[in-house]
Structures are given as structure tokens and as C-alpha cells.
Design a protein around this ligand. Structure first.
Ligand code: GLN
Length: 196
């Protein structure tokens, strides 16, 4: 059995819990920092990154989240969650958690249209991933250690760096749980490595 947490300070939490479901997975919603000690992987949902950051500070999550990432336990951030993970945010002097080498630009997609849906060819996952973008960031660039998993209109929209996975869109808002199940597999592998 592995345990995956969904940070539940703000945003679409329930949808992530559903998409992570598997017979060997226990999913918990994370509202207190102590809970981080009980999980093998963590999801940062979408929402509003500035609000989420404010709540992270308010509930004392900042240092515990950095410590969690330093243990190299898998983290999956979607949309605002990806912004939290970035090492650089265009137009801001400071990033948030800076767990992944990537530069993101907020609200960079669909300025005309608030949201849209497209099909993406996702490396390592599937060639036909349905992706819902809502005031989404683009990943402007990733570091040499990161792998680009998908692009849309020439812009990076999904990337992975070791145990860290980030995407601009909301895989939790479709019935297609393959992105989440890819992350579940990352968590399984990580737990296996720790135990050997
Ligand atoms: N625009 C939001 C932000 O900057 C992200 C939007 C989302 O998560 N759907 O945090």
C-alpha cells in the first residue's frame, strides 16, 4: 500500500483524490503539516498560486514542504501547483518552493479565451491526453535535468525532473486519469527504491 496526499488548502482537491484511486493507493487530503510525514507522494492542485502561497505561509507549510521535496519524494503540480514548484516566475523577483528547474509565466495561455481543451501527445504516458487549460501558465523553459513531456503550440505544458512532475493544465478535470496514474507509478517506484 502506498499513500498519496493532496494539499488541501485551496483548489480542486476532490477531483485529484478521485483520479489517484488505485487498489494499492490510499489517498489523503493534507490539511496539517504533520500529515506530510505519513505520505509517499504529494499533489499540488490548481487554483490560485498567490492564494495558495499565502495559505502555505499561514499554516506553516513552507519549510515542511521544502523538507518533503528535499527527501526527493514525488510531487505532482497542476496549473497553480506547477507555479508553486517553479524555480522562476516571469515578472516576480522570488519563486515559491523552487523544487523544479523551470521558468513559468502565469496566465500566459488563453488570454482571449479563459479556458480551452485540447488533445496532447504526452511522452511516457499516451498520445491522446485530454487537457483542460484554465488561465494556465506556460513553462517557458526547463533546466538540463528536466524532461519535456508535452508541448502545445510550441510551448511546454508538461515536464518532469526526477521525482517532480508539473503540467500547465488540469488532468483532474477529465475522466482520463492516465496522467495521475503515471504519477502513482512514479510514487510506487520511489517507495520501492527507498525499501531496497
Ligand atoms: N492563474 C492561476 C495562477 O496563477 C492558475 C490557474 C489555475 O490553476 N487554473 O495561480
Amino acid at each position: 500500500m502506498i499513500t498519496i496526499g493532496v494539499l488541501a488548502l485551496q483548489g480542486a482537491v476532490r477531483e485529484h483524490v478521485k483520479a489517484l484511486a488505485a487498489p494499492d493507493v490510499q489517498v489523503v487530503t493534507i490539511k496539517h503539516t504533520e500529515q506530510l510525514e505519513t505520505i509517499d507522494g504529494l499533489v499540488f492542485p490548481g487554483g490560485e498560486s498567490t492564494t495558495m502561497r499565502r495559505l502555505i505561509n499561514q499554516y506553516g507549510f513552507f519549510d515542511p514542504l521544502i523538507a518533503f521535496a528535499n527527501q526527493r519524494k514525488p510531487i505532482f503540480g497542476t496549473c497553480a501547483g506547477a507555479i508553486l514548484m517553479a524555480s522562476e516566475i516571469v515578472g516576480q523577483t522570488e519563486p515559491h518552493l523552487s523544487v523544479m528547474d523551470m521558468t513559468v509565466e502565469r496566465n500566459a495561455f488563453g488570454r482571449q479565451k479563459e479556458s480551452f481543451e485540447v488533445m496532447l501527445d504526452m511522452k511516457n504516458v499516451a498520445p491522446d491526453i485530454e487537457a483542460v487549460f484554465i488561465r494556465a501558465p506556460i513553462i517557458q523553459s526547463v533546466g538540463a535535468n528536466a524532461n519535456i513531456l508535452a508541448a502545445y503550440e510550441g510551448q511546454i505544458v508538461a515536464a518532469q525532473q526526477g521525482p517532480f512532475l508539473a503540467c500547465s493544465f488540469h488532468p483532474e478535470l477529465t475522466d482520463d486519469d492516465r496522467m495521475h496514474q503515471y504519477f502513482v507509478q512514479m510514487v510506487r517506484e520511489s517507495v520501492k527504491q527507498v525499501h531496497h
